[in-house]
Write a protein that binds this ligand. Structure first.
Ligand SMILES: [Mg+2]
Length: 326
């Protein structure tokens, strides 16, 4: 099958056309105009069949997810997403698969005004690499290294539903049909917290997206910032489904499994009031789960104030990232 024919058919007919794309698909490289006074924010992530997803996954879900995990990284930087690139390695150019993949990818790219500006196709085992690019005003990006002692630690949304869905799919812990239906989307179509990331600029002192589990990802923030933290299990935001499964699942899915793609961020005491004022404008709940402390390490306290030790360190999930850098 002719690569150029595929590009023409599926990738040159996308919904988004941005004024800041001087040159998109079709030349040797794209020409993109970053707004004056802004910094370019770039990230990339690879999904490999059999490692990060099951080979028979709905291609529309894959297209959505491949872009979503990258937009989540931009959200965690407080960046406004603008452009994406896509490198696909395919065992065969199956039109139904490509049509479905593009449908899912474009559903999300349209929502966030992201234009696909380049990529390539190769023949081989199924491998999906997406790059996402955005921008932030100079010196306003949310980084991992800005948390200070005394900062409050928050998370967006609820934690653990994607892990419950994955455990069900893998046969580790079966959910009833109603419960699975309500958590499945959190696994196959994570919705990146882009709007929330933008609102947190100037308020959060550090941020990260939760891809590998709260403990692992908050741990990255603490290490980069040179502080410790204390969080309370009784404050962790979980769904009604999660509460219903709690006797069997315990805290592990919410703490260590990941795939939530929520934001975890720190806020200095002087900016907590500004954050609270912001909450009606956010698309999701935010929950204060603890605070940064001077003593190194992450201490997790249960409802009776005892130290809780997680069974897993994180990364113990089927859809784990090949690249831990993002
Ligand atoms: Mg990340």
């Amino acid at each position: 099958v002719d690569e150029f024919e595929i590009i023409r058919t599926y990738f040159a007919t996308q919904p988004e056309t941005r004024a800041d794309v001087v040159l998109g698909i079709g030349d040797d490289a794209a020409l993109l105009r970053v707004p004056l006074g802004h910094e370019l924010v770039a990230t990339t992530d690879t999904l490999v069949a059999g490692v990060h997803f099951l080979a028979d996954t709905d291609p529309a879900d894959l297209g959505y997810r491949a872009l979503a995990v990258n937009l989540s990284d931009l959200a965690a930087m407080g960046a406004e997403p603008a452009w994406a690139t896509l490198s696909l390695t395919l065992p065969d150019a199956e039109p139904r698969w490509l049509e479905g993949f593009c449908r899912g990818f474009y559903e999300l790219s349209r929502e966030f005004g992201v234009q696909l500006v380049g990529g390539n196709l190769a023949h081989g085992p199924l491998n999906i690499t997406v790059g996402a690019y955005g921008h932030v005003p100079v010196d306003t990006a949310l980084r991992r290294d800005g948390a200070g002692v005394g900062d409050a630690i928050y998370v967006t949304g609820v934690l653990g539903d994607a892990a419950l869905a994955l455990n069900h799919v893998l046969g580790r812990q079966l959910l009833d049909a109603v419960a699975f239906a309500s958590v499945r989307a959190r696994l196959v179509r994570p919705h990146p917290r882009v709007a929330e990331g933008l609102r947190l600029r100037g308020i959060a002192s550090a941020a990260i997206d939760i891809s590998d589990g709260l403990l692992a990802d908050l741990g990255h923030v603490l290490a980069a910032s040179g502080v410790g933290a204390r969080i309370e299990l009784s404050r962790l935001p979980v769904s009604d489904v999660y509460r219903g499964e709690f006797a069997r699942a315990g805290w592990e899915p919410a703490l260590t499994q990941g795939d939530d793609y929520e934001l975890c961020f720190s806020v200095p005491p002087g900016r907590v009031a500004a954050l609270e004022a912001l909450t009606p404008m956010l698309g999701c709940r935010i929950t204060r789960i603890g605070e940064a402390v001077s003593e190194a390490g992450l201490t997790v306290l249960d409802a009776s104030g005892h130290r809780y030790v997680a069974r897993h360190a994180g990364y113990d999930h089927f859809t784990q990232h090949a690249n831990k850098g993002n």
